[in-house]
Design a protein around this ligand. Sequence first.
Ligand code: MLT
Ligand code: MN
Ligand code: ZN
Length: 299
Amino acid sequence: MLLRVLGTAAGGGLPQWNCACPGCAGARRDPSRRRLHDALAVHGTAPGDWFLANATPDIAEQLESHPGLRPDDGRRRTPVVRVVLTDAELDHTLGLLRLREAARIEVWCTEPVRKALASRLPLTEVLAPYAELVWHDLPLTGEGRPAVIGGLGVSALPLSAKRPRYAADEPAHPAWSTALLVRDPGTGAGALYAPSIAAWSQRLDAELADADFALVDGTFLDEDEPGRNGLSTRTATAMGHLPVRGPEGTARRLHRTGARALFTHLNNTNPLVDPDDPEHERLARLGLGVAEDRMAVSL
Ligand code: MLT
Ligand code: MN
Ligand code: ZN
């Protein structure tokens, strides 16, 4: 299995268009620090067969960033695009609209996510004149057989009932926000992708211990980061993102699972967006680090 990291930033990206915080200013000064919204491309079992995990507002640039994801036969193509979603957040789904030049867009997601996207946004109606939008149920991990996409097994581990703000009045459901589990049936290799972890569960712990590689929520370094930066009066946890640091932080929890894991979905206020921040060394001592845009992971 081959993963291509298409982006590693939380909503707004780095830099965010309306922000001049130290992280955003640093990324304007040094373009190597720029980060696109978090997403992945996953290579299936057949050569050249890719599908996407999350469709961000940066999707066109993200597809251009890798030769394997560009059209290569000298003519315009109207291909079938396949996208698996972790949740219904705008930053993970607005890219579906940018894919309207495709002949067909196939989307795998959980039931509450589909309902939000199909009827609240409403993507099915808006995209209908442009591209055929095909919805597939994404099975929950351990319940029935995983979906088979590009020859790989894909399922969604429910993480929380955190729903996007545009669908805040929709009913609670445990699978609004999920971790994607991708497994190669041939090699047994498994990857976990969880850009939004509102609560830690034993189930998540077990799946992390079992995965060969994980990309996990690194939105905020510590609990007070949103307040300190004037982003919100709420803590990181109250905003639906467990912080990296602290006794109950995700760094220590990940370390205990023994997982090979990198942080993604970094908010522009997170000191970790500065490659010189001393926090990187503390993470390295726990065997952890921060994912980088365009990195490839072979499993
Ligand atoms: C999140 O990751 O918490 C959301 O994307 C925030 C939002 O834009 O509502
Ligand atoms: Mn987000
Ligand atoms: Zn900023």
